[in-house]
Design a protein. Sequence first.
Length: 231
Amino acid sequence: MKQTRSAYFLVFAFLLCSLFSCKKNSYKNDGGVHNEKVNMTTYEYLSSKPIFDSLVKAIDLAGLKDLVNSNITFFAVTNWGVNDYMLAKKQQKIIAVGNENISFSMDSLDKEVLGDSLKMYMFDGLLTRDKLNTKGAYYQSLFGPMAGDKKLYLKLRRTLDYNAYVDYVDYLNYTMVIGTLDADEPVGTQIPPTLRDRTEDCQTSGIITTTGVIHVLNNYHRLFFNTEPLP
């Protein structure tokens, strides 16, 4: 499975090499779609891509279709992130009841909690790439204030990894900050693992649907930044 996830980034590197080998310019490019506009609603777009099957099931179970299709920006989690979350929750349940043969599916989750939690990926209005920068800023999702002094921080993370083909690549970055930004801590500060920021790049960003905007988180991002052990 890990090899399959990594393959997406290898393909991206190949595409960069193919597209920009003849001309070196400055681009905001994180592997986003060539034509960013799609003639579908956000829900229709997600439903049309098998890579979002598990996410769509979660949206349906939580009754969030209308909200997903409203004027919002949605950070979409792929099947890998949702399925790993489900494996972790099942393992947690197995340990709690002492029975590894239990039946556990998405229907076993609390629908209200699932719906509220999914709102951490939804932001009011259209947060397209041109509205973000490399400095970044805090944004409040439709979830509202988060517990434990956690906040969401969005920015464009610049990398020069592909400067043989382009001047730079700006990945759209989604971070859950715990307390203060790790980058703002004094140099040499030892941050305990549980207090480190959880940060993920988008593998594709700026998909403009007829109702909103979609940014797709990378395949390693586990739903809700869950860190519970997998079986």
